[in-house]
Design a protein around this ligand. Structure first.
Ligand code: ASP
Length: 443
């Protein structure tokens, strides 16, 4: 083992849901000297129908906000933590902490503050259990007045705060604004905290421990026992997580990517598994031509036709401006000689459709506009595709054999992905067909 390795280890909610899980985590940390900075989530589900502490806190605070009595909810939360403390046999009393939290709930400290207490309290327990220093991220993870994460300032504050700190527990999911008000990332945001800390301490590795052994080539709800992905690049991950692969929060990649720190997704319940490595560059080829498949349902397309569109300067801009005016971002804009389609999220488009259609009519006076709903997008991602001939051909013949009608095709300029639009109802069949051709039959 390399001496003085610096690893940041983040543990997800299910890895910390009970005393038993905490013990597994303790063993993992003690097994490697390099695991020096620990980022815990709030306790997650202990079993399928269980409730995450974060959700309990949101519900509890909703009562407080309405001036309803919230003590029953708060006591249930307290019990979750007490069970962990007792199970680990710790000499730790959280009564004072809970008194303060109750006061702050009464004072309506905000739902971000409320939710953040899940990680905060778990961090206190973890620090006590490991004998590590506890550092409150509200001290050093900064959001600006608009509530947007300030990466630069955070990196300065955090590197300074962690200077000379050999080992520490830093709760995930939140930071604070300049005035001290607590602000959280979006759900699942402890992944982002881990990445920010890895960058601040210039870690050798960011280990992200969860309850699966890394990324799978395809969604296991669609493909039975899909194969795992051993290694993928940040760019591939970005494509896959944007399109719905959920193992890691999609924003978690940015800090480590900038710093070139590899991420290793590991399984707390099977620590010997190698998991998935996410790296900047690699000469290692992936096992198959494709690295992964991901996708999402619920898109709509607006197709605009106008003769001589291509020679009309500013046509695309005028169309996109209409979407911009109504606050809708577009996903893809496949175009033909006299047609342009704009693909958008159906849920964002639905209640503004008539405004947008009349806006487009006014802006570019098209010959016709056609709208389609209930479309799904599938991303076939792979760094190996660029060097291989016939990948697209294979995808489309597999889809044709499966009787799937392809509604849209878009190959990203990086040649890292091919995006295919199909009808929502063909989504699963299409993914199966693509998985089959590349992984099962390896044609
Ligand atoms: N506890 C938070 C959530 O449930 C953040 C996290 O687990 O990463 O979303």
């Amino acid at each position: 083992m390399v001496i003085n390795m610096k690893k940041v280890v983040k543990f997800g909610g299910s890895s910390l849901a009970s005393a038993e899980q905490f013990e597994k985590v303790g063993n993992i940390i003690h097994a490697d000297e390099g695991r020096r900075y620990v980022v815990p989530s709030a306790p997650g589900k202990r079993f399928d129908k269980d409730t995450k502490v974060t959700d309990m806190l949101y519900a509890c605070y909703a009562q407080a906000e309405k001036d309803h009595n919230f003590m029953a909810e708060m006591t249930a939360i307290e019990k979750r933590y007490q069970e962990i403390i007792d199970g680990l046999g710790l000499d730790l009393d959280l009564t004072g902490e809970f008194d303060r939290i109750i006061d702050n709930f009464k004072r309506k400290a905000g739902s971000d503050y409320a939710a953040s207490r899940g990680e905060y309290l778990n961090g206190i327990i973890m620090a006590n259990y490991l004998g590590y220093e506890f550092i409150d991220p509200a001290e050093a993870i900064r959001f600006n007045e608009a509530g947007v994460f300030d990466a630069e300032l955070t990196n300065i504050l955090l590197s300074k705060r962690l200077e000379g700190v050999e080992r520490a527990v830093i709760p995930g999911f939140y930071g604070a604004m300049g005035d001290g008000r607590v602000k959280t990332f979006s759900r699942g945001g402890s992944d982002i905290t881990g990445s920010i800390i890895a960058k601040a301490v210039q870690a050798d590795v960011y280990e992200n421990w969860t309850d699966v052994s890394g990324f799978l080539i395809a969604d296991p709800r669609i493909i039975k026992d899909p194969q795992g992905i051993e290694m993928l690049t940040y760019a591939e991950l970005r494509e896959l997580s944007y399109m719905g692969a959920t193992v890691l929060h999609e924003d978690a990649i940015f800090p480590v990517r900038k710093a070139g720190i590899p991420v290793n997704i590991k399984n707390t319940n099977a620590p010997e598994d190698e998991g998935t490595w996410i790296v900047g560059h690699t000469i290692q080829k992936s096992k198959y031509v494709i690295t992964g498949i991901a996708g999402k349902k619920g898109f709509a397309s607006v197709t605009i036709e106008k003769d001589m569109m291509n020679s009309e300067v500013g046509f695309g801009r005028k169309v996109l401006q209409v979407f911009e005016e109504y606050g809708i971002s577009f996903e893809h804009i496949p175009s033909g000689i006299d047609t342009l389609s704009v693909m958008v999220h159906q849920s964002e488009f639905e209640n503004k459709e008539q405004n947008i259609l009349s806006g487009i009519n006014k802006a570019v006076n098209p010959d016709s506009i056609d709208i389609q709903s209930d479309l799904a997008l599938i991303a076939v991602v792979g760094r190996g595709m660029r060097a291989q001939r016939g990948t697209a051909g294979r995808i489309f013949s597999a889809l044709a054999h499966a009787n799937v009608n392809v509604r849209m095709i878009d190959q990203g300029s990086s040649e890292l992905n091919i995006i295919i639009g199909v009808e929502n109802e063909d989504f699963e069949v299409a993914i199966k067909a693509i998985y089959d051709i590349f992984v099962e039959t390896r044609l």
